[in-house]
Design a protein around this ligand. Structure first.
Ligand code: SAM
Length: 265
């Protein structure tokens, strides 16, 4: 294996996307951005060696974490008591975030320096719990964050932008250079804050159809709407809705996609 950067006595595992934060100044900036308060209900995805975990517990009193690596789980158990840390062993992609907060409340805060190899499916998984979340602060590859916050008409705007902006307000906070981690990743990272939109901001009557239309519109970026959505509409139906059928999907706002999906029988 050519990837065996040691962090203390732990050998970082590439398959778990392990790049551990070591720059204390960056840890401080992230915790300041999260602004945790005593007693808040928070879960950290992928605590790793605890760079964020420790200062979060100091502020909150208690934290939930989800970790997949058994070696790291054993270390966390040694270092923190069950009174201050609840460890959920397993895959965050399958985790029921709803189980950590009472029905119909939006109290759960989610944070994490996310494993980059699963960041997009993890964001989609989390989006399903949006009504229960208060906010999310994540470190991701900068390139992914640029797509999350992108606006219509830009090169970065695509399926990820529309599907996440349908549920969240998104803000890129600051960048983190590769040197802040061990082992150092090849790319720059960014911190993003996601806050669920008030209920009913956008309402697709059939969210599966909405997701299919967004996926079709961006499947081949150079296709016009007329061609990309031909399984759903003919060109004249789009025109009746007020959309130029020769536009490309990248020109449409989230509200436009919702209107198109809602008009589709
Ligand atoms: N939070 C630590 C830090 O900032 O130094 C570690 C971040 S590291 C980029 C990602 C962490 O997520 C690792 O601890 C890794 O083992 C964990 N991880 C990877 N895949 C996971 C999954 N599917 N579910 C839960 N944790 C996962």
């Amino acid at each position: 294996m050519n990837f065996s950067a040691r962090t203390g006595t732990h050998v970082a595992r590439r398959r778990f996307g392990q790049n551990f934060l070591t720059a204390s100044g960056i840890v401080g900036r992230i915790v300041e951005a999260i602004a945790p308060r005593q007693g808040e209900n928070m879960v950290e995805i992928g605590p790793g060696l605890g760079a964020l975990t420790q200062p979060l517990i100091e502020r909150l009193g208690h934290l939930h974490v989800i970790e997949i690596d058994r070696d790291l789980i054993a270390r966390l158990r040694e270092r923190f008591t069950p009174e201050c840390l609840t460890i959920h062993e397993g895959d965050a992609l399958e985790f029921d975030f709803g189980a950590l907060c009472a029905e119909e409340t939006s109290s759960l805060r989610v944070v994490g320096n996310l494993p980059y190899n699963i960041s997009t499916p993890l964001l989609f998984h989390l989006a399903g719990f949006a009504p229960r979340l208060r906010d999310g602060h994540f470190m991701l590859q900068k390139e992914v964050v640029m797509r999350m916050v992108a606006t219509p008409g830009t090169a970065e705007y695509g399926r990820l932008s529309v599907m996440l902006q349908y549920r969240f307000h998104m803000k890129r906070l600051f960048d983190v250079p590769p040197g802040a981690f061990r082992p150092a990743p090849k790319v720059t990272s960014s911190i993003v804050c996601m806050t669920p939109l008030p209920a009913g901001t956008y309402k697709a009557h059939d969210e599966t159809r909405f997701a299919c239309i967004v996926a079709a519109a961006f499947a081949q970026r150079r296709k016009t709407l007329k061609n990309a959505l031909r399984d759903f509409f003919d060109g004249s139906a789009l025109e009746t809705l007020g959309f130029d059928p020769n536009l490309r999907g990248e020109r449409l706002s989230v509200a436009d996609f919702v209107a198109i999906a809602n008009a589709c029988q």
